[in-house]
Design a protein around this ligand. Sequence first.
Ligand code: CMP
Length: 136
Amino acid sequence: MSNLEQTLSIIKPDAVERNLQEEIKKNFIENNFIIKKEKKIQISKSEAEDFYKVHQSKPFYNELCNYLSSGPIIVMILEKESAVKENRKLMGATDPTKAEEGTLRKKYGISIDKNSVHGSDSIENAKIEIEFFFKF
Ligand code: CMP
């Protein structure tokens, strides 16, 4: 049975700043993700606060929102069978020092904040996050 899903991926400011977007996109394509839509944008602090509102009680929330709004990002809709889970596997652990060899965060991440990529953590959040960035 087909289990085609979509998930939201963000190439974060640290990776765009180092011009890694094409290389990171190549990883998605080689792992059989289809990039359905993509755009390069820079969001405001308040948009970042809205996007990351699930983390608003966390001590790192303010830093996180400053960071995501600090420079251009690439937002993408990725499609694949079990896309949410498969993207999380490809990204690796949130903290690059704990991420497995071969994962995006291991290869490109600098720190837990500058971990190069974001991916939706559930099918429900994927829908919310896709709507957030591609509503118009
Ligand atoms: P991301 O998948 O974009 O979702 C929330 C982000 O918060 C996470 O990646 C990290 O970059 C960032 N972050 C910063 N500090 C922490 C922390 N202590 N635990 C989890 N995430 C953190």
